[in-house]
Design a protein. Structure first.
Length: 128
Protein backbone atom coordinates (compact mmCIF):
# COMPACT_ATOMS: atom_id res chain seq x y z
CA UNK A 1 0.00 0.00 0.00
CA UNK A 2 1.20 3.50 -0.79
CA UNK A 3 2.38 5.30 2.37
CA UNK A 4 2.70 8.95 1.26
CA UNK A 5 3.45 11.23 -1.68
CA UNK A 6 5.71 14.26 -1.31
CA UNK A 7 5.34 17.11 -3.82
CA UNK A 8 7.49 20.21 -4.26
CA UNK A 9 5.53 23.37 -5.06
CA UNK A 10 6.56 26.84 -6.20
CA UNK A 11 4.65 28.71 -3.49
CA UNK A 12 3.51 26.83 -0.39
CA UNK A 13 0.82 29.32 0.64
CA UNK A 14 -0.63 29.54 -2.88
CA UNK A 15 -0.73 25.75 -3.01
CA UNK A 16 -2.33 25.57 0.45
CA UNK A 17 -5.06 27.95 -0.73
CA UNK A 18 -6.01 25.31 -3.31
CA UNK A 19 -5.19 22.01 -1.59
CA UNK A 20 -6.56 22.73 1.91
CA UNK A 21 -10.21 23.31 0.88
CA UNK A 22 -9.99 20.85 -2.03
CA UNK A 23 -8.79 18.01 0.20
CA UNK A 24 -11.18 19.00 2.99
CA UNK A 25 -13.98 18.21 0.52
CA UNK A 26 -12.43 14.72 0.33
CA UNK A 27 -12.17 14.39 4.15
CA UNK A 28 -8.43 15.04 4.47
CA UNK A 29 -7.16 16.93 7.50
CA UNK A 30 -4.43 19.56 7.23
CA UNK A 31 -1.32 19.13 9.40
CA UNK A 32 1.14 22.02 9.19
CA UNK A 33 4.72 21.46 10.23
CA UNK A 34 7.89 23.54 9.91
CA UNK A 35 8.67 23.62 6.21
CA UNK A 36 5.54 22.03 4.81
CA UNK A 37 1.97 20.81 4.99
CA UNK A 38 0.63 17.28 5.14
CA UNK A 39 -2.92 16.20 4.37
CA UNK A 40 -4.03 13.07 6.16
CA UNK A 41 -7.10 10.87 5.75
CA UNK A 42 -7.50 8.02 8.20
CA UNK A 43 -6.51 4.74 6.62
CA UNK A 44 -5.13 6.29 3.41
CA UNK A 45 -1.80 7.43 2.06
CA UNK A 46 -1.10 11.03 2.96
CA UNK A 47 0.18 13.93 0.87
CA UNK A 48 3.03 16.29 1.77
CA UNK A 49 3.65 19.63 0.08
CA UNK A 50 6.96 21.44 0.48
CA UNK A 51 8.44 24.53 -1.15
CA UNK A 52 10.80 23.57 -3.97
CA UNK A 53 14.43 24.54 -3.43
CA UNK A 54 14.98 27.92 -5.12
CA UNK A 55 17.59 26.68 -7.58
CA UNK A 56 15.04 24.28 -9.09
CA UNK A 57 12.10 26.65 -9.52
CA UNK A 58 13.08 27.85 -13.01
CA UNK A 59 12.54 24.39 -14.51
CA UNK A 60 8.86 24.50 -13.50
CA UNK A 61 6.48 21.56 -13.70
CA UNK A 62 4.69 19.99 -16.64
CA UNK A 63 2.73 16.76 -16.49
CA UNK A 64 3.96 15.69 -19.93
CA UNK A 65 7.59 15.55 -18.82
CA UNK A 66 9.11 12.57 -17.05
CA UNK A 67 7.57 12.36 -13.57
CA UNK A 68 4.11 12.75 -12.14
CA UNK A 69 1.28 12.97 -14.67
CA UNK A 70 -1.58 13.54 -12.22
CA UNK A 71 -3.09 12.72 -8.84
CA UNK A 72 -6.44 10.94 -8.84
CA UNK A 73 -8.88 10.72 -5.93
CA UNK A 74 -12.15 8.86 -5.55
CA UNK A 75 -15.19 10.91 -4.69
CA UNK A 76 -18.06 9.49 -2.65
CA UNK A 77 -20.61 9.77 -5.47
CA UNK A 78 -21.38 11.60 -8.70
CA UNK A 79 -23.01 14.36 -6.64
CA UNK A 80 -19.80 14.64 -4.62
CA UNK A 81 -17.75 15.01 -7.83
CA UNK A 82 -20.19 17.72 -8.94
CA UNK A 83 -19.79 19.50 -5.59
CA UNK A 84 -16.02 19.55 -5.99
CA UNK A 85 -16.30 20.69 -9.62
CA UNK A 86 -18.52 23.56 -8.48
CA UNK A 87 -15.92 24.53 -5.86
CA UNK A 88 -13.13 24.46 -8.49
CA UNK A 89 -15.08 26.75 -10.82
CA UNK A 90 -16.35 29.09 -8.08
CA UNK A 91 -12.81 29.63 -6.83
CA UNK A 92 -11.29 30.37 -10.24
CA UNK A 93 -9.16 27.25 -10.55
CA UNK A 94 -8.49 25.75 -13.97
CA UNK A 95 -10.96 23.04 -14.92
CA UNK A 96 -9.63 20.75 -17.64
CA UNK A 97 -11.75 19.30 -20.46
CA UNK A 98 -14.68 21.38 -19.21
CA UNK A 99 -16.66 21.00 -22.45
CA UNK A 100 -16.61 17.21 -21.91
CA UNK A 101 -17.36 17.30 -18.17
CA UNK A 102 -18.14 14.89 -16.53
CA UNK A 103 -17.32 12.30 -19.22
CA UNK A 104 -13.88 13.46 -20.43
CA UNK A 105 -12.51 10.07 -19.36
CA UNK A 106 -15.08 8.19 -21.45
CA UNK A 107 -18.83 7.52 -21.50
CA UNK A 108 -18.76 5.28 -18.42
CA UNK A 109 -16.25 7.30 -16.39
CA UNK A 110 -17.67 10.19 -14.32
CA UNK A 111 -14.85 12.50 -13.26
CA UNK A 112 -13.56 16.01 -12.75
CA UNK A 113 -10.15 17.07 -14.05
CA UNK A 114 -8.56 20.32 -12.89
CA UNK A 115 -5.19 21.92 -12.15
CA UNK A 116 -3.60 23.18 -8.96
CA UNK A 117 -1.64 26.49 -8.89
CA UNK A 118 1.49 24.75 -10.28
CA UNK A 119 -0.59 23.14 -13.05
CA UNK A 120 -0.46 19.70 -11.46
CA UNK A 121 -3.37 17.77 -12.95
CA UNK A 122 -5.86 16.57 -10.35
CA UNK A 123 -8.73 14.16 -10.91
CA UNK A 124 -11.73 13.20 -8.78
CA UNK A 125 -13.64 10.17 -10.08
CA UNK A 126 -17.00 8.88 -8.94
CA UNK A 127 -17.18 5.26 -7.77
CA UNK A 128 -18.08 2.85 -10.54
Amino acid sequence: MLHHVEIYVSDLEKSAAFWTPFLKLLDYEEKRWPGGISYVKQGHAYLCFLPAPGEHLAAGYHRKRVGLNHLAFEGASRAHVDEIAAWVKANGHAMLYESKYPYAGGPDYYALFCEDPDRIKVEVAAPR
